[in-house]
Ligand binder design. Structure first.
Ligand SMILES: Nc1nc2c(c(=O)[nH]1)N(C=O)[C@@H](CNc1ccc(C(=O)N[C@@H](CCC(=O)O)C(=O)O)cc1)CN2
Ligand SMILES: Nc1ncnc2c1ncn2[C@@H]1O[C@H](COP(=O)(O)OP(=O)(O)OP(=O)(O)O)[C@@H](O)[C@H]1O
Length: 188
């Protein structure tokens, strides 16, 4: 991996961690509100979210709002070197898994892409740019997962980040990197 990707990842992570907990909480709420105001969120019947940990954009509000709105909610679970999404109907079903991140039990309905069902996926990340480029922890889970899905069946992809993680242009993109369709920050 190139030097630029490394330094953008480190910078995005540092900027995210420098926000106070209160500020992250506040901004996460604004990010959730901005996402929920979009047509893609409103129309989505299925949402693939993540259970936030560390200094990531918090997703608790989104999970609860999606469940309350009757959407099907799926969260990632790491299985070996792959990641799969399983349905939850309550946050209480989650238990610590890979890297102590809360995960679904894995016996419930597994997400299967279906282009006829409006579906939205939110991805966390350390650095993003306006074109939708995304840098994660560097293990490639999201890129590998999304790469398995034929482009026509892929959910609408939304990157969630604080505006301090948004950079001008993240070059050093690799062929396997899959761009987000939309980036949502606390500033929209
Ligand atoms: N909330 C959340 N769930 C997720 C992901 C994620 O990024 N966020 N994933 C997306 O892939 C998968 C888990 N992948 C992960 C890959 C690496 C690390 C990790 O190495 N964490 C270190 C920090 C490493 C670093 O700073 O470079 C740590 O937390 O100490 C964590 C999760 C599936 N679930
Ligand atoms: N579609 C793919 N097919 C095969 N290998 C892949 C694919 N996507 C990613 N990888 C592997 O994963 C590694 C890490 O990828 P990358 O640096 O893009 O991760 P990232 O986007 O920062 O992290 P993540 O997706 O876990 O949040 C790559 O070096 C590559 O070996």
């Amino acid at each position: 991996m190139d030097q630029k990707t490394r330094s953008n990842r480190a910078l995005g992570k540092q900027n995210r961690e420098q926000l106070s907990e209160e500020s992250r909480f506040h901004k996460s709420r604004e990010i959730a509100e901005n996402l929920m105001a979009t047509a893609v969120w409103k129309q989505a019947k299925q949402v693939l979210l993540y259970a936030s940990y560390g200094s990531e954009v918090s997703t608790g509000l989104l999970i609860d709002a999606a469940l309350a709105a009757g959407k099907e909610v799926f969260l990632p679970k790491v299985l070996g070197d792959q990641m799969e999404f399983f349905r939850i109907t309550d946050r209480a079903e989650l238990a610590p898994g890979y890297q102590h991140i809360l995960e679904p039990p894995g016996q419930t309905k597994r997400f299967l892409p279906d282009a006829s069902i409006p579906t939205l996926l939110t991805a966390p990340g350390l650095a993003f740019d306006r074109s939708g480029a995304r840098i994660g922890y560097g293990k490639g889970f999201y890129d590998r997962y999304l790469g398995k899905i034929p482009a026509a069946d892929r959910p609408y992809l939304v990157g969630l980040c604080f505006s301090c993680q948004l950079f001008g242009i993240l070059d050093g993109q690799k062929p396997h990197d899959i761009n987000m369709d939309l980036i949502v920050t606390e500033r929209r």
